[in-house]
Design a protein around this ligand. Structure first.
Ligand SMILES: NC(=O)c1ccc[n+]([C@@H]2O[C@H](COP(=O)([O-])OP(=O)(O)OC[C@H]3O[C@@H](n4cnc5c(N)ncnc54)[C@H](OP(=O)(O)O)[C@@H]3O)[C@@H](O)[C@H]2O)c1
Length: 394
């Protein structure tokens, strides 16, 4: 196992962390295959993993409970344990203590090493901050229930910087980051920003939730041309670890084979170790991914500002991820939890002001009801829905 310094803390963390959101299940997502999950987690720890990540809602609450069992028998002392305050479920100040105390019981421990505010957006950060979460967390750090405070994140880059700057003592930020998401959410810019401020940068979704491990045939063909043979998962993980600003990559491993393979990948990892031609293949793969998108919006933002407040490129980004990259669940979640309803496709009044400014000539006003139907109302996407002359979409 390779180890890296954890931001400004005096702690060397394994390059691979165990994400407990995708444990093996028995059909239903809430029914974890407990003996196998425990075996996998302990196998990871026995082979050098010293950071495990879970959260209150994973597997319907059972992830924390099963992880607590896996960490019995001396395993708790071998790892730093991260879990998260379910900010969207918080209604009042008393909920902070209520959730943390319940989590300590589920996890069978007296302290959480890294406690994260879960899935922050600008809106949920402002809500938690104004409710007093920082003062409360500092109290929990003083009484020993929490070691350090951090946050995980799902919003745009400006919101990321706003949150990083919103508190002086974040120990870590957890971001969605992989070779496709270089300009999505926090993106490379956010990763560099957080690292420059001394925050550990913990990567979630390094395989885009598994999508990069099962690439489209067109992407696979790019990697097949490389002389160095790697699995698609290894290409994606090495890209993350190649960046010295990254502290560790969490992977949600669902089988023992995933654990074995990702441990072996982590053994080979290192900052700035990929050859130039490796990076060229990854860039070529990223471009092929990009070519699979539905609407050829390049996010130049020439169309903005929308007089009605829509974030047009963001709506296209969600649709492209949903359809082209088969990220329907995530995209619908993002759409339905956007921090302002006015941002959404449903708010389009078809004034067509944006269309005059779009260099790709995308009929934006015709697309917006489609975006809302697919992401907001749950309709299946059918390529026949695409308007004529839609900026080169498939
Ligand atoms: N705080 C947040 O908002 C948030 C959000 C997301 C994630 N997280 C945390 O971050 C962790 C990592 O994110 P993630 O689970 O999305 O990670 P990921 O590594 O991007 O995706 C995990 C999935 O990738 C596939 N996979 C993993 N290793 C593989 C291998 N060697 N070969 C082939 N396929 C492989 C599996 O999918 P299949 O089984 O489908 O093949 C697995 O379920 C989560 O587990 C969770 O702890 C936090």
């Amino acid at each position: 196992m390779q180890y890296r310094r954890f931001g400004k803390l005096d702690f060397m963390v394994s390059a691979l962390g165990f994400g407990c959101m995708r444990l093996p299940t028995l059909g239903d997502q809430t029914r974890i295959d407990e003996p196998l999950a425990i075996q996998m987690i302990r196998h990871g720890i026995d082979n050098g993993i010293n950071y495990v990540d879970t959260a209150y809602p994973y597997h319907g609450g059972n992830s924390e409970r099963v992880l607590g069992q896996a960490l019995l028998g001396g395993y708790r002392q071998k790892v730093k344990l991260a879990t998260k305050l379910p900010v969207p479920q918080v209604k009042q100040y008393a909920d902070f203590d209520r959730f943390l105390n319940e989590q300590l019981v589920r996890l069978q421990t007296d302290h959480i090493d890294f406690y994260l505010l879960h899935g922050l957006s600008r809106r949920t950060w402002e809500f938690a901050r104004d409710l007093g979460v920082i003062g409360w967390a500092e109290g929990a750090m003083r009484d020993g229930r929490i070691g350090h405070l951090g946050f995980s994140f799902h919003d745009d880059n400006s919101a990321f910087k706003y949150i990083v700057d919103g508190y002086d003592n974040w120990a870590l930020s957890q971001v969605q980051y992989n070779y496709v998401d270089q300009t999505y959410q926090a993106g490379t810019e956010g990763v560099h920003y957080a690292a420059s401020k001394g925050l550990a940068v913990v990567v979630m979704e390094p395989l885009m939730g598994g999508n990069l491990a099962r690439p489209a045939d067109e992407v696979k063909a790019v990697f097949d041309r490389a002389q160095r043979k790697r699995t698609a998962a290894d290409w994606a993980l090495q890209w993350v670890w190649n960046q010295p600003e990254i502290t560790l990559a969490l992977s949600g491993m669902s089988t023992m084979r995933h654990v074995e393979e990702n441990l072996a990948s982590a053994d080979r990892s290192g900052g700035n170790t990929l050859a130039d031609d490796d990076l060229e293949f990854i860039e070529a793969a990223r471009k092929v991914h990009a070519a699979l998108v539905v609407v050829h919006c390049t996010e130049c933002r020439y169309c903005m500002p929308c007089p009605n407040g829509l974030d047009i490129p963001l709506n296209f980004q969600w649709l492209n991820r949903a359809v082209g990259l088969r990220q329907m669940f995530h995209s619908r979640y993002a759409y339905r939890n956007a921090h302002a309803a006015s941002q959404l496709a449903s708010a389009c009044i078809a004034c067509r002001e944006c269309e005059e400014k779009c260099p790709q000539h995308i009929p934006i006003s015709d697309w917006m009801p489609i975006v809302d139907n697919v992401l907001g109302k749950g309709a299946d996407y059918d390529p026949k829905m695409a308007p004529v002359g839609n900026g080169g979409s498939i």
